[in-house]
Design a protein around this ligand. Structure first.
Ligand code: XMP
Length: 321
């Protein structure tokens, strides 16, 4: 597929959809294709493109990796059911937590997630249903950051010299490679996705594992999941590009009910950005920050410290892992 950038100001969304559905059809021919839907903007757009191009010959899965936000699997399935797309949930929680056990290095975590996703989960699904292709929503920003050596985005293969056909036994189709997030949103709108989906704040492929410093365990994910729900709820009316809660590895001394508590630290981040390449922290009101701190320390067991990140990207990145 073509990979020359299409800037949002040059994009004609309907023409793009027609061109990409033809390309998908030409590549897949009479074969079967599968795709993973996380409910994020990119995978939602690719799911709709795939169904427009292939109808029943694309089968859509939601991989429950155990790293998603509160209620996410059920929400995603319901939204797409209303759009006429049947989504099957695959419970792969054990595979992901087993692969992440004992790993603390960010790039090793990303690699463990990539291998589990492509080799274990999709390798098996492809074999079971006889598909030859995996359709996925890689965008240009994912490629840029991986090739620049900043972060290995979970979905980058060919650009790192990995041949998915040889490594995993299926080919990958990436129709969104020419776009950045703003362009993907326009295409989502043209495809008839609801605004709550095409304007949804981005969420990373490695999910909440991108927001845990140190080892990723079910218990630590539960902490960051609960803090994330609070941050997203409290900041839902701010026009931030993305907001998040991060669980730190270091513990700090706190106090609760007059007793010492050597507890956990949560960092909040809220970003203003157009395309995720550069970003600035939102100037949140102090009242809102205090409210966040009170709720997180009050509702998330074990948390005794809440901080707010005030560093721009660069030198920060948006996620911590
Ligand atoms: P960073 O942390 O690189 O994030 O400044 C930039 C944007 O990309 C998202 N992100 C990812 N998206 N796979 C994705 O699909 C990934 O591995 C990944 N890592 C980061 C991040 O949420 C932000 O919107």
């Amino acid at each position: 597929m073509k990979n020359k950038e299409i800037k949002v100001e040059d994009l004609e969304p309907r023409r793009f959809v027609n061109e990409k559905t033809e390309e998908i059809l030409a590549m897949v021919g009479g074969d079967l294709c599968i795709n993973a839907l996380s409910g994020g903007v990119d995978s939602s757009v690719v799911t709709m493109l795939g169904h427009e191009a292939l109808g029943d010959r694309v089968k859509t899965y939601f991989i429950n990796n155990g790293l998603m936000r509160e209620g996410e699997p059920e929400q995603v399935v319901t939204v797409f059911k209303n759009l006429g797309v049947n989504v099957e949930i695959v419970d792969a929680q054990k595979s992901f937590f087993d692969a992440l056990q004992g790993i603390t290095d960010p790039e090793e975590k990303r690699e463990a997630i990539t291998q589990t996703f492509y080799r274990d989960v999709f390798g098996k699904l492809v074999q079971e249903c006889g598909a030859k292709f995996l359709l996925q929503g890689t965008i240009l920003t994912d490629v840029d950051e991986t090739v620049a050596g900043i972060k290995r985005q979970h979905n980058i293969l060919a650009q790192l010299g990995i041949d998915p056909e040889r490594e995993f036994g299926y080919d990958v189709i990436e129709p969104l490679l020419q776009l950045r997030k703003d362009g993907v949103r326009e295409v989502g709108k043209a495809l008839g996705l609801p605004e709550s989906v095409y304007n949804r704040p981005p969420f990373p492929g490695p999910a909440l594992a991108a927001r845990v410093i140190g080892e990723v365990t079910p218990e630590r994910i539960a902490v960051v999941r609960q803090a994330t729900a609070i941050v997203e709820e409290e900041l839902k009316d701010t026009p931030a590009f993305q907001c998040m809660a991060i669980l730190h590895e270091d513990r700090v001394t706190g106090m609760r009910e007059g007793k010492r508590e050597f507890g956990l630290q949560i960092e909040i981040r809220s970003w203003e950005s157009k395309d995720a390449r550069v970003a600035t922290p939102t100037r949140l009101s102090y009242d809102l920050l205090e409210q966040l701190s009170a709720r997180i320390t009050g509702e998330v067991s074990g948390v005794v410290s809440v901080t707010y990140n005030i560093t721009k990207k660069p030198p920060s990145t948006m996620e911590v892992v």
